[in-house]
Design a protein around this ligand. Structure first.
Ligand SMILES: Cc1cc2nc3c(=O)[nH]c(=O)nc-3n(C[C@H](O)[C@H](O)[C@H](O)COP(=O)(O)OP(=O)(O)OC[C@H]3O[C@@H](n4cnc5c(N)ncnc54)[C@H](O)[C@@H]3O)c2cc1C
Length: 398
């Protein structure tokens, strides 16, 4: 019979992205029950191409908590990146500068691993279930949702976590209906492609050129991911393959690219955002729902995981000892890293992209900035420290 169905749990999590799934995994390991809902199908979640770079501590958390063993066997360790400008490549050697690396392992593979691990643990994961509103009446919190049959569903919980990405509905329960926060929009976007070809370079190439930015990245031995700066309103189908390859080649010249058939294209708009508040009463926000960064610093997914590390510890104290102190300090505890990552992502973006209104002075100043970074050990070290990630306090979770 159709009607309002209901469920009860300790922690209701809206969104089965990296933030929501990792949180349920860490709570499950501590014996805390949760229900995770996501509006998309399992197949859609496991096949949407997004992030690719994992910080060293993200990898440590995934592998040492049993969330993913494949990250170490199938992921590729990268010990540096290349910064290219004025036709020359400059390697930033992460290992030599910080003793740390990053790992190339696609986000949808992380999600595939997390979903398999959660289901094997008996986790309640409800796909095609869309949250409409989150409420907190002081005594309990609720997620009002629509289930996979289109029927209303109410999940009552001791605590609700908004992990529903940048277009969050959960956020309003914390920030108010206007979804207030701190924003920056950018006058450009990334045109991303996936192509069937061997890798054109062993490490990522971030290239500043007079034609605009390009990023040459890798996926596997046979599939590569590449991006070029474009107008945010560009229709990705409007360019021929020849146009795309010519634009990419011009932006990384004289570095050669190995061409291959392009089988996926998308346009990714840029935005920097931090919500005005990250928790209130029995609701907290994590990941892109709490803050978004432009992808140039490869920080978004790693920042989502860093929030979850702090919130998992706070929820353990709350559920096991009725101790609210870590929940009260969740926002200040994560904000320092969030703003450092905001700065790094903005800095990489403005240093590497060409703004439409840039003057010749702006262009020459930008080259001066890039030269300052690559010619100074302090400059290279800052980039390496931020890119590989500021250390996470994982000890009590492993
Ligand atoms: C092209 C690209 C490249 C990137 N590269 C990197 C990188 O190299 N490194 C990095 O760290 N980050 C990168 N990022 C950013 C990274 O992908 C995001 O920061 C990350 O996905 C955030 O995870 P999340 O769990 O917070 O949110 P999401 O991954 O957005 O997950 C939110 C989930 O909530 C669900 N949802 C939304 N609304 C509702 C609702 N009302 N009810 C139920 N479910 C809902 C969605 O279906 C989704 O599954 C990149 C992003 C893009 C687009």
């Amino acid at each position: 019979m159709p009607g309002v169905s209901s469920a009860r749990t300790q922690v209701a999590i809206v969104g089965a992205g990296p933030a929501g799934l990792m949180l349920s995994h860490l709570l499950g390991a501590a014996g805390i029950e949760s229900i995770v809902i996501d509006k998309r199908t399992r197949e859609a979640i496991q096949t949407t191409v997004r992030a690719g770079i994992l910080e060293a501590d993200t990898v440590r958390l995934l592998s040492q908590t049993g969330a993913s063993s494949r990250v170490l066997s199938d992921g590729q360790r990268h010990d540096g990146i290349e910064l290219r400008f004025a036709g020359t490549g400059h390697r930033i050697d992460f290992m030599a500068l910080t003793g740390r690396s990053v790992w190339l392992y696609p986000q949808h593979e992380v999600l595939r691993d997390l979903i398999a691990a959660r289901l094997a643990d008996g986790q309640e994961l409800r796909f095609e279930t869309e949250a409409v509103r989150v409420e907190d009446d002081g005594a309990v919190a609720r997620v009002l949702a629509t289930d996979a049959d289109g029927e209303p569903l109410t999940i009552t919980a001791d605590f609700v976590v908004g992990a529903d990405g940048s277009r969050s509905v959960a956020r309003r329960a914390v920030t108010g209906p206007a979804g207030e926060g701190y924003f920056r929009e950018y006058p450009f976007a990334w045109f991303g492609i996936l192509c069937e070809a061997p890798a054109s370079a062993p490490e990522l190439i971030y290239s500043n050129s007079p034609e605009g930015f390009a990023l040459i990245s890798q996926r596997s031995a046979t599939v590569q991911r590449m991006y070029l700066q474009c107008d945010p309103d560009l229709d990705p189908q409007s360019w021929s393959e020849e146009q795309i390859w010519e634009a990419l080649e011009a932006r990384v010249a004289p570095h050669p690219l190995i061409r291959g058939p392009i089988f996926q294209r998308d346009v990714l708009r840029f935005r920097s955002y931090v919500a005005s508040s990250l928790s209130s009463g029995r609701v907290a926000l994590v990941g892109d729902c709490a803050h978004t960064v432009p992808p140039t610093g490869a920080k978004g997914m790693n920042l989502a995981i860093a929030d979850v590390v702090v919130l998992a510890r706070a929820l353990r104290a709350l559920m096991r000892k009725r101790d609210r102190s870590l929940i009260e300090s969740y926002e200040p505890d994560v904000l320092e890293r969030v703003w450092k990552a905001q700065h790094f992502s903005w800095w990489m973006t403005q240093m590497l992209h060409l703004t439409p209104e840039a003057s010749e002075f702006d262009r020459r100043r930008q080259l001066g900035e890039l030269q300052s970074v690559v010619s100074s050990e302090a400059g290279r070290r800052y980039l390496a420290e931020a890119y590989t990630g500021w250390p996470l306090d994982l000890e009590s979770l492993l």
